[in-house]
Design a protein around this ligand. Structure first.
Ligand code: HEC
Length: 113
């Protein structure tokens, strides 16, 4: 009886350790994919590691700030997604170039900046 309990307990503990690891590595994987998408599509106009202006505003701390750097709209995932999909005056739209999944990964990466 005691042995079964011990077995069940160690099973639950192991699961509790492994589950968060696999979940966070799924996000990490998306962010890594997003970084590659960023380098190909965004890096020529935006610095990822400082707020200085290149062609567009630097995107460091994008999701840590309260306002978007240019439009001063509140920072939400929806607003960033809209900017990427539709572009703006001097920024091309990526809604047709990137898939919804690629934009998800890109946003996951932008959150790490
Ligand atoms: C050709 C240059 C160019 C490229 C490529 C580009 N951007 Fe931009 N981006 C800009 C400019 C310029 C602005 C400032 C707004 C304007 O003048 O249109 C901007 C603004 C932004 C903003 C701030 C919007 C706001 O409301 O303040 C975000 C976020 C952004 N870009 C993200 C991205 C991402 C992510 C990519 C890659 C998919 C990207 N940009 C690709 C030029 C570019």
């Amino acid at each position: 009886m005691k042995r079964i309990h011990l077995f069940a307990l160690s099973f639950v503990v192991t699961l509790g350790l492994i589950l968060p690891l696999t979940l966070s590595s799924a996000d990490d994987k998306k962010a890594a994919e997003g970084e590659a998408i960023y380098k190909k599509n965004c890096n020529m106009c935006h610095f990822p590691d400082k707020a200085d202006k290149k062609l567009g505003p630097g995107l460091k701390d994008l999701f840590k700030n309260k306002e978007l750097p240019q439009s001063h709209k509140p920072v939400t995932e929806a607003a960033v997604r809209e900017q990427i999909e539709k572009g703006s005056k001097a920024m091309p739209a990526f809604g047709k170039k990137l898939s919804a999944g690629e934009i998800d990964s890109l946003i996951e990466y932008l959150k790490t900046l």
